[in-house]
Design a binder for this molecule. Structure first.
Ligand code: FAD
Length: 376
C-alpha cells in the first residue's frame, strides 16, 4: 500500500487548488448571495478548460484520463472554495461517466466531448420524483414507444443544474407490469427536447449558486436511439452510478469541512492560542476528515481496479459527510457569534454542508446499503 500521490494526482490536485484560490474562493460568497449565473458559468467553463469536467474520462472523448483518486482530490479542493461549484462538477462528471460506461459508441461520441469541453455547461442526473427519492424504484414517470421516438411523461424534482444542463440522463418506467425496479430504463434527453420544461426553482438552505429545479416532461419526444443501456436495465444503471457519485459528494464534503476548519485555525493563529478544549475539538475534527479521505481513496481505488465498491462508497459517503457536518458545526461553535454572520465564510460552509448528507442517498440509506452487505 502506497500513501504517496502519483505525479498526475498531485498535478491535478494542485491545479484545482490554484484555480480555487485565484478564481473560485474570491467570489464564492458573492455567488452564494447573488446566484450570479454568468459568473458561475464562467467558473464552470474554466473548470472544463482544465479537464475537470471529465476527470476519469478517456481522452479519446475529451476527458483527462485520470483515476478516481484524482477525481476525489479535485472535488475536495473545489469543496474548500465553493460547494455550489463542486456539486455541479461532481454531477457533470457522473453524467459523463455513465455515458462512457453504458452508452453506445455514437452516444459517447456525441455527448461526452460536449460535457468535457464545457460546450454543455453541465450535465443533469434526473432520477428523483415526488414519491421516489430514497426509493427510486417507486418512480412513476413513463416512457412509451411511438414510431422513431420515446414519449416521456412525468415530473422529476430537485434536479441539480437543470437550468443550464445541456443533456440529462433521465429514468422512466418502460414496463409497468415488471417487478419493482425491473421495468425502468434510462434515456439521454437534450435540454432542447420538445416537451421538456424546467420548472420551479427551489429556495434552499445552502449551495445557493447551484440551481435545483423540477423538470417537467409533457409528451417529451426523445429519439428512439437515445435509450441509454438496455431496455428495463435502468435501475441497475442508476444504482451503480450513484455509488461512483457518492465518492464525489463525500470528497466535496471533506473539502467543505476542511474549508471551515482551516478558517478556524487561521483565526486562532492570528488571535492567540485557544483553550485546550478548543484545541481538542480542532484536532478531533481534522482527524475525522483525514480518516474520511482514506475511506474515499479506498472506494476510489476499488472502483478503478473494477472491483466491487458499493459498500465502501457508502461507508465513505456517510462517514465523510457526517464528519464534515460535525466539523462545520464545531467551526461555528468555536468562533461564537462571528461564526453565525454572513461576513464569515464558516456561516456559508455550515449551510452548504448539510445537504451532502441528503443527496445521492441519505445517511440512513447509506447505512442500509452497508448493513445489507454485511448481513448478507
Ligand atoms: C439540493 C439537492 C440537490 C439534489 N439534486 C438531485 C439531482 O441532481 N438528481 C436527482 O435525481 N435528485 C437530486 N436530489 C434529490 C435527492 O437525491 C433526494 O432528496 C434524496 O435521495 C432523498 O430523497 P427524499 O428527499 O425524497 O427523501 P425521502 O426518501 O422522502 O426520505 C425522507 C427521510 O426518510 C428517511 N428514509 C427513507 N427511506 C428510508 C428507509 N428505508 N430506512 C430508513 N430511513 C429512510 C431518509 O433517510 C430521510 O431522512 C437533490 C436533493 C437536494 C436537496
Amino acid at each position: 500500500m502506497d500513501f504517496e500521490l502519483t505525479e498526475l494526482q498531485t498535478r491535478l490536485r494542485d491545479a484545482a487548488a490554484e484555480y480555487v484560490k485565484s478564481e473560485v474562493a474570491p467570489i464564492a460568497a458573492e455567488l452564494d448571495k447573488t446566484k450570479d449565473r454568468e459568473k458561475l458559468l464562467k467558473i464552470l467553463k474554466g473548470l472544463a478548460g482544465r479537464g475537470f469536467m471529465g476527470i476519469t474520462i478517456d481522452p479519446a472523448y475529451g476527458g483527462t484520463g485520470a483515476d478516481t483518486i484524482s477525481f476525489s482530490l479535485v472535488m475536495t479542493e473545489l469543496g474548500r472554495g465553493c460547494a455550489s461549484t463542486s456539486v455541479t462538477t461532481s454531477v457533470t462528471n457522473m453524467v459523463a461517466e455513465v455515458i462512457e460506461r453504458i452508452g453506445k459508441e455514437d452516444q459517447k461520441a456525441k455527448y461526452i466531448p460536449r460535457l468535457c469541453s464545457g460546450e454543455y455547461a453541465a450535465g443533469g442526473f434526473a432520477l428523483t420524483e415526488p414519491i421516489a427519492g430514497s426509493d427510486p424504484a417507486a418512480m412513476r414517470m413513463s416512457a412509451t414507444p411511438d414510431g422513431d421516438h420515446w414519449v416521456l411523461n412525468g415530473t422529476k424534482i430537485f434536479i441539480s443544474s437543470a437550468e443550464f444542463a445541456g443533456v440529462f440522463v433521465v429514468w422512466a418506467v418502460t414496463d409497468r407490469e415488471a417487478r419493482k425496479g425491473k421495468g425502468i430504463s434510462a434515456f439521454l434527453v437534450e435540454s432542447s427536447a420538445p416537451g421538456l420544461r424546467v420548472g420551479k426553482h427551489e429556495k434552499k438552505l445552502g449551495q445557493l449558486a447551484s440551481p435545483t429545479n423540477e423538470v417537467i416532461f409533457d409528451n417529451c419526444l426523445v429519439p428512439r436511439e437515445n435509450m441509454l443501456g438496455e431496455l428495463n436495465d435502468g435501475f441497475r444503471i442508476a444504482a451503480s452510478e450513484l455509488a461512483g457519485g457518492r465518492i464525489g459528494i463525500g470528497s466535496m464534503a471533506v473539502g467543505i469541512g476542511m474549508g471551515a476548519l482551516d478558517y478556524v485555525t487561521e483565526h486562532f493563529k492570528k488571535n492567540g492560542q485557544p483553550d485546550p478544549a478548543t484545541q481538542s475539538a480542532i484536532a478531533d475534527n481534522y482527524a475525522r476528515l483525514a480518516g474520511a479521505r482514506l475511506l474515499l481513496f479506498k472506494a476510489a481505488s476499488l472502483k478503478d481496479r473494477k472491483k466491487y465498491y458499493a459498500k465502501e462508497a457508502s461507508m465513505a459517503k456517510v462517514y465523510a459527510t457526517e464528519a464534515a457536518d460535525a466539523a462545520c458545526h464545531d467551526a461555528v461553535r468555536l468562533l461564537g457569534d462571528f461564526g453565525c454572520v454572513e461576513d464569515c465564510p464558516v456561516e456559508r460552509f455550515y449551510r452548504d454542508v448539510r445537504v451532502t448528507r441528503i443527496y445521492e442517498g441519505t445517511s440512513e440509506i447509506q447505512r442500509l446499503i452497508i448493513a445489507r452487505e454485511l448481513l448478507r
